[in-house]
Design a protein around this ligand. Sequence first.
Ligand code: CTP
Ligand code: C5P
Length: 340
Amino acid sequence: EQVENKPVRVWCDGCYDMVHFGHANSLRQAKALGHYLVVGIHTDEEITKHKGPPVFTAEERSKMVKAIKWVDEVVEGAPYITTLETLDQYNCDFCVHGDDITVTADGVDTYHLVKKANRYKEVKRTEGISTTDVLDRMLCMTRQHFYKGDKEYEVEKEHSSVMGQDKAARSPWTGCSQFLPTTKKIIQFSEGIEPKPTDKVVYVAGAFDMFHVGHLDFLEKARQHGNFLIVGLHTDPVVNQYKGRNFPIMNLHERVLSVLACKYVSEVVIGAPYSVTADLMKHFNVDVVCHGQTPVKMDINGEDPFAVPKLMNKFVIVDSGNKMTTDLLFERILIKRMEF
Ligand code: CTP
Ligand code: C5P
């Protein structure tokens, strides 16, 4: 039984390959059932055996989970079937999992031991998002390109005057998402804090599509330039305009949640203008604007989107030290798929 005042330690485990806001939401709910959250990550070998090869390495998967703001500790190499010994080793009172059945390659419920010992709790799985779903969206996109040969998929271009003001804030390409964003979900994910007058405000902007380790390393470095990090997310039409093809894979609302789940992020601008304006700098009291080493596409008028902060001497290029991009992610996925 619970000793009074003893913090409740919660255990979660999983593959956490291509971490998405569904994972983050389950960890958020798990944390809410106690005080301290330990997350176990399965090895590449075990995932390959039971589910097929993961896209990300154990190191990358673990880094992504560690950066989710509700996670206190990460344990690499957690067994696929959760054992009582594991819970005891990390002093965890119980294990939490989404309300879907997870089985081994032989069809054994991976939580049968903790369920029998009454050390298992369930949270609601987030509808409309899964790794399989994200993979399908990506593969669907490449297939379309493949069949079209070298003919680039043409998307009607919008004028910059309507950039960031799209009514539905989503492109036709992300329309397939079944996830229904609500203000409640955004509130649950957000910090709800304002910068203190003494805080140094850092602003970054981008697509942050398929939020990956490259983005994460970038945000960590950007955050080091101050102590309040605001991330501006471009709308789907704007992202499509500069990324081309069928990008983005994830719609604005999904990208908002993925970024909000990151512990380095203080606030998100939902549908930020492509170019960093003087108004924006003033409104958010921005001290420094950061961008990574990826190439910067000029705006629709052929102008540098960072011209204003550069003029103000408030622009810094940061080195994320990570070469991951959405295109590289594609390559990895295609290679992994061929391994099946
Ligand atoms: N999870 C969730 N909602 C989702 C996806 C996952 O709540 N939309 C939860 C799972 O229930 C589990 C945890 O995230 O508790 C870790 O899941 P993981 O082992 O990584 O894999 P899956 O459940 O297979 O997730 P996905 O289908 O997205 O790979
Ligand atoms: O491409 P996207 O708009 O999502 O990038 C958001 C920010 O992350 C940009 O500043 C980009 O330079 C940075 N980034 C990075 N390292 C990566 C991937 C992205 O610094 N590997």
